[in-house]
Design a binder for this molecule. Sequence first.
Ligand SMILES: *Cc1c(COP(=O)(O)O)cnc(C)c1O
Length: 372
Amino acid sequence: MKMETLAVHAGAEVDPATGSIAPPLHLSTTFLHGPATEELHGYIYVRDKNPTQDRLEAAMSALEGGEDTLAFSSGMGATAAFFQSLEPGSHVIIPEDVYVHVRDIAREYFTSWQMEYSTVDTQSAPAIAAAMRPNTKAIWAETPSNPQMKIMDIAGAAKIAHQGGAWLVVDNTFATPALQRPLELGADVVMHSTTKYCGGHSDVQGGCLVFKKREPLFEKLFHTRMVLGAVCSPFNSWLILRGLRSLPCRMERHSANAMAVAKVLAQVKTVERVFYPGLATHPGHTIAAAQMKQFGGMMSILVRGGWEEAVRVISRVKLFQPATSLGGVESLIEHRASAEGKGSTSPKNLLRLSIGLEHPEDLIADLLQALG
Ligand SMILES: *Cc1c(COP(=O)(O)O)cnc(C)c1O
């Protein structure tokens, strides 16, 4: 079945008890079991699994083409659980440009977990290959990356990972399965902050790990989630599932709007660079065009000048809203260096834009007056 059909129907089986077309929301934390804790209805306790989360997981598995999915309380909950499932002594490769708190996990916690990491320019396959060590257990990847929109060749990185006996994990938050399917390209695990495009309406937090194969990682991570507790709540599962129904449609419009905005911004004198993989001038354009259906709703720009000039642009926008996060229906703009704070590696004049579902002419008009 095609993506649009899967998005509408996966995990949407009609409720046998009531016939309800919309999925029921089961808030119960506990489920009737037998006298010696025999599972009677498939569930025991909310932290292990629950019916609403099961539906979300089935839908994510279908969309990403994985055998199974684990939903988490946030993208960071999913990320931390993955790293915590690795053995002490493991080495992990992390991109130079990566979601700021992924770098923070490595920097702040790996030592006490007796793990090591290298930061690598994952745009370069030789650089990834050179960073592999005998104890490398995972390559963590983000493509497009947050916030500099760098592109990694997923199939190439998968080969390098597997030759070295490591997992390739791809954070697919920016692209979503509607535009990019890393498991088909050889990745072993996909991570999402479902807080972003999957939820799609800036009103729910969640994360997930989608596994290409159930064995051997899934069982281990299922246990990690149950013991360490970063599960998705039933209500959040329900909202994210609802968001997924319109994901392919939304991504089409986000992508078309972003392309229109990027083309105009590339001509603006006060803009030094536009990082959008849909532009032919983007260094990762060819790879992005090969592994993505469209280029998504995220972009970043370098404002001519420095920190102050960049912040001034944000103080002038009227339609774009200055706020962090991304992937909602409304357009957001953010000065990434000040948002990331200590440890930020973003250029001081970088603004990150999450292009929403407004009409592109209105978005362009607002940016042009703010960039004036
Ligand atoms: C937001 C984000 C995360 C973290 O997800 P949370 O749901 O906020 O914990 C990870 N990776 C990327 C690319 C993100 O944008």
